[in-house]
Design a protein around this ligand. Structure first.
Ligand code: TXA
Ligand code: MG
Length: 363
């Protein structure tokens, strides 16, 4: 299959620019498109044959459900049963935006889209290209992140080309995304709404609108060891993984820098290529082959935006070991650490002023 790449810059386009993409979606084909979080791989969410194609193109296990993207509030009622008061309040406060809500599904939503579940995940994205594509095609678009399963989510069209060229009908190139990590997912079917995946919309932001919100315990732990089963099926798979071995280091800044540099020296003696995910505050203190700055510790939004791109850059450089610093686990830091921990397979070294102590999965 030849994948057409079409550039659409936000704001300057008319319905006509979307004709071809809309036609593909209406005929059950696949179009990757930008959202404000990451690029999505879109197909008709009400058509199980289209969902099947999405799973195939990504190499994704078919029990891992897809999010359906809408552009109008009325469309929520087409997909979801029992939209309660709290859900309405959240939708009003944060849609369009990086928030996905889970409801009981209506019959029109095929099990092929929900991975066999009786629930459906719904999101109204806040990206003009995503919203125009939904509106102009009239399709409620099921879209997972547009990466090959297990690879970092795409934040630029080039990343989508890397993973899916030749496997899907079209990629809409709308430039780099704004947020860079996937939406916050909240289960609205639980007695107390529960965050299944942290994102840009934090627990504090949700609680300001609806009061108590819980966080699924599996978010910052490997889960298996504690017998925890994540409620979002996708969270159980190894995810966001770079090709090199990523290890995270936690502790006081100077100690972390010193222990990382010791690891670098050791690997360099073995002629291994090493990369570091550094911050603005520390980048000049490392002596590795490749030191990439993810942003300032005081600016979590920038860190989130750069995270997946840096992991892909290290893949291109064929780095064999990647060492990274940990971040605070509150607010947006919770989402950043959730993605970093998964990318590292939960391999964290706790550093004190003496030695580094390897403590897999104790964060
Ligand atoms: O920001 C985003 O959410 C992006 C953009 C494209 O919208 N999409 C995205 O989709 O990240 P995906 O498929 O990569 O991640 C969706 C997550 C998976 O972990 C999946 O298991 C969970 O949502 N999920 C979907 N439907 C669910 C449901 N009914 N119940 C529980 N978890 C669900
Ligand atoms: Mg994904």
């Amino acid at each position: 299959m030849i994948t057409k790449v079409k550039k659409i810059s936000e704001g300057t386009c008319s319905k006509k620019d979307y004709d071809e993409a809309a036609e593909i979606l209406k005929n059950g084909g696949l179009v990757a498109f930008p959202t404000e979080t990451v690029y999505g791989l879109g197909g008709d969410g009400l058509l199980s044959t289209a969902s099947k194609k999405i799973y195939e193109a990504k190499g994704r296990p078919s029990d891992n459900p897809l999010i359906i993207h809408i552009a109008e509030m009325e469309d929520l009622n087409r997909l979801a049963e029992h939209v309660n008061e709290k859900a309405r309040k959240l939708a009003e406060a944060f849609w369009p935006g990086p928030l996905t809500l889970i409801f009981e599904k209506k019959d029109c939503v095929p099990y092929g889209t929900t991975g066999g579940l009786d629930t459906v995940a719904v999101r109204m994205p806040n990206h003009p290209v995503a919203r125009d594509l939904i509106r102009y095609s009239g399709v409620l678009i099921a879209a997972p992140s547009a990466n090959t399963s297990g690879r970092p989510s795409p934040t630029k069209a080039e990343h989508v080309v890397e993973d899916l060229n030749g496997k899907i009908d079209m990629i809409i190139d709308g430039g780099e995304v704004g947020i860079g990590i996937e939406s916050t997912i909240v289960d609205m079917t639980a007695d107390i709404p529960t965050i299944l995946r942290p994102g840009f919309i934090t627990k504090q932001m949700l609680e300001q609108v609806i009061g108590e919100v819980r966080v699924d315990k599996a978010i910052l732990t490997k889960g298996v060891k504690e017998g925890l089963k994540p409620k979002a099926p996708g969270m159980k798979y190894k995810h966001y993984a770079p090709k090199g071995e990523l290890i995270l280091f936690e502790g006081a800044e100077d100690d972390v820098v010193r222990v990382i540099n010791e690891h670098v020296v050791e690997k360099q003696k073995m002629h291994k290529k090493v990369g570091i995910i550094a911050t603005e505050e520390t980048q000049h203190k490392y002596q590795a082959d490749y030191v990439m700055c993810i942003g300032s510790r005081n600016d979590e939004a920038t860190i989130a935006k750069h995270l997946y791109g840096i992991l892909r850059d290290f893949d291109h450089l064929e780095v064999e070991y990647i060492y990274g610093e940990c971040f605070a686990k509150e607010n947006l830091g919770q989402a950043i650490m959730n993605r970093l921990l998964k990318a590292a397979g939960y391999h964290v070294v706790h550093v004190s002023n003496g030695e580094g102590c390897d403590a897999d999965n104790e964060i």
